[in-house]
Design a protein around this ligand. Structure first.
Ligand SMILES: [Zn+2]
Length: 369
C-alpha cells in the first residue's frame, strides 16, 4: 500500500516536472530583439554630453549592460561595409569576410552575394527561416543593398523546417528623417510585432560629415547625439509600456564607426574612429553591468588597441551583434559567420542549468522512490 502511495506521488511530481518544462524553456528565451545602430556614434560622446543631455543613454547604462570600448571591423570604416558586418557576423575583408567594401548606393542588380561570388547569409536569414518575423528600418537609402540581397529573388531557399520563403526581410522602410522613422517603427510594431528589427539612425554621422566629429559643447555633432538620445527614449518608453513587448524584448545599441575632428572617420587606425559603444538592455539583462566584466573568459578589453581578428581573445565588436541576436532568440549562429560564432557573448544574468525549483522537485522524487 505504501509503495502505491509513493508511486502515485512520484507520478504526480513527474507530471509537474513535465508541465514546468515548456515554462522553463520559454522563460529563458527573448521573444523580440530590437537592434539599433547609431551611425557615426563615437564612444565618448555620451559621457561628454552627460546625464542631463543624454538621459536615455544613461538609462541604458544604469538599467542594462554596456561597454564604451567595443570595436568596429579591423580594416574598414564605412557605413555599408560595417553594417553588413553587424548583420552577417563576418569581418569585411579576407576569404571569410563578406567582402562588401563599396559604401555608395548600389547598382540595381548587385547583391552582397554577387559581389562576393557566394551566398552571404545574415541574421535575417536565420530568424526568417525559423518562421519568425524580421524588419529593417533605415535612414540611408543605400541600405537598399540589403533589401536587394535578401528579397524573394536573391535570398536563399529556406534552410530549416517549414518553407518561409526566400524573402528574408518582411518589412523594409527607408525614411531619412529619423524622428519619422522611429514613429513609423513604433506604429508598425504595434500591429506586426517583428521578432527581429534592425533600425539605423543617421544623425551623428550626418552632423559629423557637415561639421566634423566635434565634441565641444553645443556642437552640431553633440546636438545630433542628443537627438538620438531622445529617439532612444521614445523606443525605451514604447518597449517598457507595451504589454506584449515588456519583459520579452532586448534592445541592442551599437555603431558602425566613430569619427574625429578634421578627418571624419576614414583613418582605420584612428582610435576615435574604431572605438564604438555596445549597449544591451531589456529582458534578462542585469542592471549596471560592464560587458567585459560579464565576459572575462571570452572577451578582452583592448585598451586603446586595435586587435586583429587573429587575436586569441577578441574584443567585443559590432560584428558580435548578429549572433547575439540569434542566441537571444534561442537560434543557432549565422552560417558562414566568424564573429561570435560560438554565441558566447553573454549579456543576460547568471542562469544555473538547474533552477532551484527543479532541484527541489528532483530531490523529492529521488527521496520518494
Ligand atoms: Zn556610417
Amino acid at each position: 500500500m505504501k509503495n502505491i502511495h509513493r508511486l502515485f506521488a512520484a507520478c504526480l511530481l513527474l507530471l509537474v516536472l513535465l508541465l514546468l518544462l515548456p515554462v522553463a524553456a520559454w522563460s529563458r528565451t527573448t521573444t523580440y530583439v530590437v537592434h539599433v545602430s547609431v551611425d557615426g556614434l563615437r564612444s565618448d560622446a555620451v559621457t561628454i554630453l552627460g546625464h542631463s543631455n543624454a538621459p536615455n543613454f544613461y538609462r541604458l547604462r544604469a538599467e542594462g549592460a554596456f561597454t564604451d570600448n567595443a570595436r568596429t571591423d579591423v580594416d574598414y570604416l564605412g557605413t555599408l561595409p560595417n553594417h553588413i558586418t553587424q548583420l552577417t557576423g563576418r569581418g569585411v575583408g579576407g576569404s571569410r569576410g563578406h567582402n562588401y567594401k563599396d559604401n555608395r548606393f548600389p547598382p540595381l542588380l548587385r547583391t552582397i552575394h554577387s559581389n562576393k561570388g557566394a551566398y552571404v547569409a545574415s541574421v535575417f536569414d536565420v530568424v526568417h527561416d525559423h518562421g519568425l518575423s524580421t524588419a529593417l528600418f533605415t535612414s540611408k537609402e543605400k541600405f537598399q543593398i540589403l533589401r536587394q540581397s535578401y528579397n524573394s529573388i536573391n535570398g536563399a531557399m529556406d534552410q530549416t523546417g517549414a518553407d518561409n520563403g526566400r524573402g528574408k526581410i518582411d518589412y523594409y522602410r527607408y525614411q531619412e528623417d529619423t524622428g519619422k522613422l522611429i514613429d513609423d517603427f513604433i506604429a508598425t510594431m504595434h500591429i506586426r510585432r517583428f521578432n527581429y528589427s534592425f533600425i539605423h539612425l543617421r544623425d551623428p554621422d550626418s552632423a559629423g560629415h557637415e561639421e566634423y566629429w566635434d565634441v565641444t559643447p553645443g556642437s552640431a555633432y553633440l546636438k545630433a547625439v542628443a537627438r538620438v538620445d531622445r529617439l532612444l527614449g521614445k523606443l525605451l518608453d514604447f518597449i517598457s509600456r507595451d504589454r506584449e513587448l515588456a519583459g520579452k524584448t532586448v534592445l541592442i545599441v551599437t555603431s558602425d564607426h566613430g569619427g574625429t575632428y578634421g578627418s571624419n572617420h576614414t583613418i582605420v587606425d584612428g582610435r576615435k574612429n574604431y572605438t564604438i559603444p555596445f549597449y544591451v538592455w531589456g529582458a534578462g539583462v542585469p542592471a549596471g553591468k560592464d560587458l567585459y566584466a560579464m565576459n572575462r573568459e571570452t572577451r578582452l578589453d583592448p585598451g586603446t588597441g586595435r586587435p586583429p581578428y587573429s587575436a586569441p581573445i577578441q574584443p567585443i565588436r559590432e560584428g558580435d551583434a548578429a549572433n547575439l541576436v540569434l542566441s537571444l532568440l534561442g537560434l543557432g549562429p549565422v552560417p558562414g559567420s566568424t564573429i561570435n560564432h560560438a554565441q558566447d557573448l553573454r549579456v543576460t544574468g547568471e542562469h544555473s542549468a538547474i533552477s532551484p525549483v527543479w532541484l527541489v522537485l528532483v530531490l523529492t522524487l529521488v527521496f520518494l522512490l
